[in-house]
Design a protein around this ligand. Structure first.
Ligand code: DGL
Length: 272
Protein backbone atom coordinates (compact mmCIF):
# COMPACT_ATOMS: atom_id res chain seq x y z
CA UNK A 1 0.00 0.00 0.00
CA UNK A 2 1.66 3.22 -1.06
CA UNK A 3 0.89 6.86 -0.26
CA UNK A 4 0.97 7.86 -3.94
CA UNK A 5 -1.86 5.42 -4.82
CA UNK A 6 -5.41 6.71 -5.35
CA UNK A 7 -8.27 6.47 -2.89
CA UNK A 8 -10.95 4.02 -4.02
CA UNK A 9 -14.51 5.25 -3.61
CA UNK A 10 -17.61 3.27 -4.48
CA UNK A 11 -21.36 3.58 -4.48
CA UNK A 12 -24.33 1.77 -5.93
CA UNK A 13 -24.40 4.40 -8.67
CA UNK A 14 -23.88 8.11 -9.01
CA UNK A 15 -24.96 9.21 -5.51
CA UNK A 16 -21.52 8.61 -4.02
CA UNK A 17 -20.26 11.44 -6.17
CA UNK A 18 -21.47 13.77 -3.39
CA UNK A 19 -18.83 12.08 -1.22
CA UNK A 20 -16.16 12.39 -3.94
CA UNK A 21 -16.97 16.08 -4.25
CA UNK A 22 -16.41 16.49 -0.51
CA UNK A 23 -13.12 14.50 -0.70
CA UNK A 24 -11.85 16.64 -3.58
CA UNK A 25 -12.72 19.82 -1.69
CA UNK A 26 -11.06 18.76 1.57
CA UNK A 27 -8.12 16.79 0.15
CA UNK A 28 -7.17 18.47 -3.14
CA UNK A 29 -3.82 16.64 -3.32
CA UNK A 30 -5.41 13.18 -3.35
CA UNK A 31 -6.24 11.23 -6.51
CA UNK A 32 -9.42 9.17 -6.55
CA UNK A 33 -10.77 6.15 -8.40
CA UNK A 34 -14.58 6.10 -8.29
CA UNK A 35 -16.72 3.08 -9.14
CA UNK A 36 -20.49 3.42 -9.51
CA UNK A 37 -22.35 0.10 -9.73
CA UNK A 38 -24.92 1.55 -12.12
CA UNK A 39 -25.77 -1.90 -13.53
CA UNK A 40 -27.23 -2.97 -10.18
CA UNK A 41 -28.48 0.27 -8.58
CA UNK A 42 -30.52 0.66 -6.39
CA UNK A 43 -29.05 -1.14 -3.39
CA UNK A 44 -31.59 0.47 -1.07
CA UNK A 45 -34.34 -2.03 -1.84
CA UNK A 46 -32.12 -5.15 -1.94
CA UNK A 47 -31.44 -7.74 0.77
CA UNK A 48 -28.36 -7.42 3.01
CA UNK A 49 -26.90 -10.65 1.54
CA UNK A 50 -27.13 -9.33 -2.03
CA UNK A 51 -25.59 -5.98 -1.09
CA UNK A 52 -22.75 -7.79 0.72
CA UNK A 53 -22.02 -9.91 -2.37
CA UNK A 54 -21.91 -6.80 -4.58
CA UNK A 55 -19.64 -5.05 -2.07
CA UNK A 56 -17.21 -8.02 -2.01
CA UNK A 57 -16.93 -7.92 -5.80
CA UNK A 58 -16.25 -4.19 -5.74
CA UNK A 59 -13.63 -4.63 -3.03
CA UNK A 60 -11.80 -7.14 -5.25
CA UNK A 61 -12.01 -4.77 -8.25
CA UNK A 62 -10.61 -1.83 -6.27
CA UNK A 63 -7.85 -3.86 -4.61
CA UNK A 64 -6.73 -5.15 -8.01
CA UNK A 65 -6.20 -1.48 -8.89
CA UNK A 66 -4.02 -0.96 -5.80
CA UNK A 67 -5.97 1.76 -4.03
CA UNK A 68 -4.52 2.84 -0.66
CA UNK A 69 -7.86 3.23 1.13
CA UNK A 70 -11.51 2.56 0.35
CA UNK A 71 -14.46 4.81 1.05
CA UNK A 72 -17.83 3.08 1.02
CA UNK A 73 -19.70 6.13 -0.29
CA UNK A 74 -23.07 4.43 0.01
CA UNK A 75 -25.14 4.36 3.17
CA UNK A 76 -26.86 1.09 2.27
CA UNK A 77 -23.57 -0.69 1.52
CA UNK A 78 -22.08 0.74 4.72
CA UNK A 79 -25.08 -0.46 6.72
CA UNK A 80 -24.90 -4.02 5.40
CA UNK A 81 -21.28 -4.64 4.44
CA UNK A 82 -18.84 -2.34 6.27
CA UNK A 83 -17.91 -4.89 8.91
CA UNK A 84 -17.22 -7.62 6.36
CA UNK A 85 -15.27 -5.29 4.06
CA UNK A 86 -13.15 -3.98 6.94
CA UNK A 87 -12.25 -7.54 7.93
CA UNK A 88 -11.45 -8.63 4.37
CA UNK A 89 -9.62 -5.58 2.98
CA UNK A 90 -5.86 -5.09 2.97
CA UNK A 91 -6.35 -1.31 3.19
CA UNK A 92 -8.34 0.94 5.56
CA UNK A 93 -12.08 1.02 4.81
CA UNK A 94 -14.20 4.03 5.76
CA UNK A 95 -17.98 4.04 5.77
CA UNK A 96 -20.40 6.96 5.86
CA UNK A 97 -22.47 6.03 8.93
CA UNK A 98 -20.09 6.51 11.89
CA UNK A 99 -18.90 9.93 10.70
CA UNK A 100 -22.50 11.07 10.14
CA UNK A 101 -23.56 9.79 13.56
CA UNK A 102 -20.71 11.58 15.31
CA UNK A 103 -21.50 14.86 13.57
CA UNK A 104 -25.18 14.55 14.50
CA UNK A 105 -24.31 14.05 18.16
CA UNK A 106 -22.05 17.10 18.08
CA UNK A 107 -24.88 19.18 16.57
CA UNK A 108 -27.90 18.11 18.61
CA UNK A 109 -29.04 20.41 21.41
CA UNK A 110 -32.00 18.45 22.74
CA UNK A 111 -30.86 14.89 21.93
CA UNK A 112 -33.65 14.15 19.43
CA UNK A 113 -32.14 13.12 16.09
CA UNK A 114 -33.95 12.24 12.87
CA UNK A 115 -32.38 9.87 10.35
CA UNK A 116 -33.58 9.53 6.77
CA UNK A 117 -32.29 6.94 4.31
CA UNK A 118 -33.19 4.14 1.93
CA UNK A 119 -35.47 1.32 3.08
CA UNK A 120 -32.41 -0.96 3.50
CA UNK A 121 -30.43 1.53 5.59
CA UNK A 122 -33.36 2.29 7.89
CA UNK A 123 -34.33 -1.37 8.24
CA UNK A 124 -30.74 -2.24 9.23
CA UNK A 125 -30.96 0.14 12.22
CA UNK A 126 -27.27 0.96 11.64
CA UNK A 127 -27.60 4.70 12.34
CA UNK A 128 -29.58 4.15 15.54
CA UNK A 129 -26.93 1.68 16.76
CA UNK A 130 -24.06 4.03 15.89
CA UNK A 131 -25.76 6.96 17.64
CA UNK A 132 -26.69 5.02 20.79
CA UNK A 133 -23.25 3.40 21.03
CA UNK A 134 -21.77 6.86 21.53
CA UNK A 135 -24.66 8.38 23.49
CA UNK A 136 -27.10 5.80 24.92
CA UNK A 137 -29.76 8.34 25.98
CA UNK A 138 -30.24 9.88 22.52
CA UNK A 139 -33.70 9.63 20.93
CA UNK A 140 -33.58 8.53 17.29
CA UNK A 141 -36.49 8.84 14.86
CA UNK A 142 -35.83 6.95 11.62
CA UNK A 143 -37.74 7.39 8.37
CA UNK A 144 -37.20 5.64 5.03
CA UNK A 145 -37.59 7.98 2.03
CA UNK A 146 -37.47 5.66 -1.01
CA UNK A 147 -38.89 8.17 -3.48
CA UNK A 148 -36.09 10.68 -2.91
CA UNK A 149 -33.48 8.77 -4.94
CA UNK A 150 -35.43 8.71 -8.24
CA UNK A 151 -36.50 12.34 -7.75
CA UNK A 152 -32.87 13.41 -7.33
CA UNK A 153 -31.83 11.37 -10.36
CA UNK A 154 -34.43 13.31 -12.35
CA UNK A 155 -32.70 16.48 -11.21
CA UNK A 156 -35.85 17.57 -9.35
CA UNK A 157 -33.99 19.18 -6.48
CA UNK A 158 -36.53 21.95 -6.02
CA UNK A 159 -39.62 20.66 -7.79
CA UNK A 160 -43.17 20.89 -6.37
CA UNK A 161 -43.49 17.08 -6.54
CA UNK A 162 -40.33 16.66 -4.47
CA UNK A 163 -41.58 19.23 -1.96
CA UNK A 164 -44.88 17.34 -1.61
CA UNK A 165 -43.06 14.05 -1.04
CA UNK A 166 -40.71 15.70 1.46
CA UNK A 167 -43.64 17.18 3.44
CA UNK A 168 -45.13 13.70 3.73
CA UNK A 169 -41.90 11.90 4.69
CA UNK A 170 -40.70 14.54 7.11
CA UNK A 171 -44.02 15.10 8.97
CA UNK A 172 -43.31 12.39 11.61
CA UNK A 173 -39.86 13.87 12.25
CA UNK A 174 -41.33 17.32 12.69
CA UNK A 175 -44.01 15.92 15.03
CA UNK A 176 -41.31 14.19 17.10
CA UNK A 177 -39.49 17.52 17.51
CA UNK A 178 -36.13 16.49 16.01
CA UNK A 179 -33.51 19.24 16.31
CA UNK A 180 -31.01 17.49 13.99
CA UNK A 181 -31.48 15.38 10.88
CA UNK A 182 -28.95 13.04 9.29
CA UNK A 183 -29.17 12.97 5.49
CA UNK A 184 -28.38 9.24 5.54
CA UNK A 185 -28.29 8.58 1.80
CA UNK A 186 -25.84 9.69 -0.85
CA UNK A 187 -28.53 11.48 -2.86
CA UNK A 188 -30.04 13.53 -0.06
CA UNK A 189 -27.40 16.29 0.13
CA UNK A 190 -28.84 17.41 -3.23
CA UNK A 191 -32.15 17.99 -1.40
CA UNK A 192 -30.59 19.65 1.63
CA UNK A 193 -31.99 23.12 0.91
CA UNK A 194 -35.51 21.82 0.32
CA UNK A 195 -35.39 19.63 3.45
CA UNK A 196 -34.25 22.71 5.36
CA UNK A 197 -37.25 24.66 4.10
CA UNK A 198 -39.66 21.89 5.11
CA UNK A 199 -38.18 21.32 8.59
CA UNK A 200 -37.29 24.94 9.31
CA UNK A 201 -34.00 26.69 10.03
CA UNK A 202 -33.62 25.47 13.59
CA UNK A 203 -33.11 21.83 12.55
CA UNK A 204 -29.41 21.07 11.88
CA UNK A 205 -28.83 19.08 8.68
CA UNK A 206 -25.95 16.59 8.74
CA UNK A 207 -24.37 15.78 5.41
CA UNK A 208 -22.45 12.55 5.95
CA UNK A 209 -20.39 13.24 2.80
CA UNK A 210 -18.46 16.07 4.47
CA UNK A 211 -18.02 14.15 7.69
CA UNK A 212 -16.73 11.12 5.80
CA UNK A 213 -14.13 13.24 3.98
CA UNK A 214 -12.93 14.49 7.38
CA UNK A 215 -12.73 10.92 8.69
CA UNK A 216 -10.75 9.89 5.59
CA UNK A 217 -8.34 12.80 6.14
CA UNK A 218 -7.62 11.68 9.68
CA UNK A 219 -7.19 8.00 8.72
CA UNK A 220 -4.70 8.96 5.96
CA UNK A 221 -2.77 11.18 8.38
CA UNK A 222 -2.69 8.53 11.14
CA UNK A 223 -1.38 5.85 8.77
CA UNK A 224 1.13 8.05 6.95
CA UNK A 225 -0.82 7.64 3.71
CA UNK A 226 -1.21 11.27 2.65
CA UNK A 227 -0.29 11.94 -0.99
CA UNK A 228 3.24 13.30 -1.33
CA UNK A 229 3.43 17.05 -2.03
CA UNK A 230 3.86 17.94 -5.68
CA UNK A 231 2.39 14.68 -7.00
CA UNK A 232 0.10 15.10 -10.03
CA UNK A 233 -3.58 14.64 -9.14
CA UNK A 234 -5.53 12.28 -11.36
CA UNK A 235 -9.19 11.34 -10.93
CA UNK A 236 -10.57 8.23 -12.62
CA UNK A 237 -14.19 7.25 -13.03
CA UNK A 238 -15.79 3.88 -13.72
CA UNK A 239 -19.33 2.52 -13.91
CA UNK A 240 -20.75 -0.95 -14.44
CA UNK A 241 -23.34 0.18 -17.01
CA UNK A 242 -24.43 3.10 -19.17
CA UNK A 243 -21.40 5.32 -18.87
CA UNK A 244 -23.15 8.05 -20.91
CA UNK A 245 -25.94 8.44 -18.33
CA UNK A 246 -23.35 8.27 -15.54
CA UNK A 247 -21.56 11.20 -17.15
CA UNK A 248 -24.65 13.36 -17.66
CA UNK A 249 -26.32 12.79 -14.26
CA UNK A 250 -22.95 12.62 -12.49
CA UNK A 251 -21.91 16.06 -13.68
CA UNK A 252 -24.75 17.57 -11.67
CA UNK A 253 -23.47 15.83 -8.55
CA UNK A 254 -19.78 16.69 -8.85
CA UNK A 255 -20.25 20.11 -10.43
CA UNK A 256 -17.65 19.41 -13.15
CA UNK A 257 -17.41 17.51 -16.43
CA UNK A 258 -16.53 13.86 -15.97
CA UNK A 259 -13.99 12.80 -18.56
CA UNK A 260 -13.46 9.26 -19.97
CA UNK A 261 -15.58 6.90 -17.90
CA UNK A 262 -14.40 3.28 -17.89
CA UNK A 263 -16.91 0.44 -18.16
CA UNK A 264 -16.12 -1.92 -15.29
CA UNK A 265 -16.92 -5.62 -15.29
CA UNK A 266 -17.30 -7.11 -11.81
CA UNK A 267 -16.87 -10.62 -10.34
CA UNK A 268 -19.99 -12.63 -11.22
CA UNK A 269 -20.36 -10.88 -14.59
CA UNK A 270 -16.74 -11.61 -15.46
CA UNK A 271 -17.36 -15.37 -15.25
CA UNK A 272 -20.42 -15.23 -17.55
N1 DGL B 1 -26.31 4.99 -2.55
C1 DGL B 1 -27.51 4.60 -1.86
C2 DGL B 1 -27.40 4.99 -0.39
O1 DGL B 1 -26.67 5.88 0.00
C3 DGL B 1 -28.74 5.23 -2.48
C4 DGL B 1 -29.11 4.66 -3.83
C5 DGL B 1 -29.45 3.18 -3.79
O2 DGL B 1 -30.50 2.79 -3.24
O3 DGL B 1 -28.63 2.40 -4.25
O4 DGL B 1 -28.04 4.39 0.43
Amino acid sequence: MSADAPIGVFDSGIGGLTVVRAIHALLPRESTLYLGDTARVPYGSKSPETVRRYAREILAWLEERHVKAIVVACNTATAHALEELTAAARVPVIGVIEPGARAALAATRGGVIGVIGTAGTIRSGAYGRALRRIRPDVRVVEQPCPLFVPLVEEGWFDHPATRLVAEEYLAPLRAAGVDTIVLGCTHYPMLSALIGEVLGPTVARIDSAQETARELASVLAERGLEAPAGQAVHHRWAATDDVARFASVGERFVGETLPAIELAVLGSDQAG
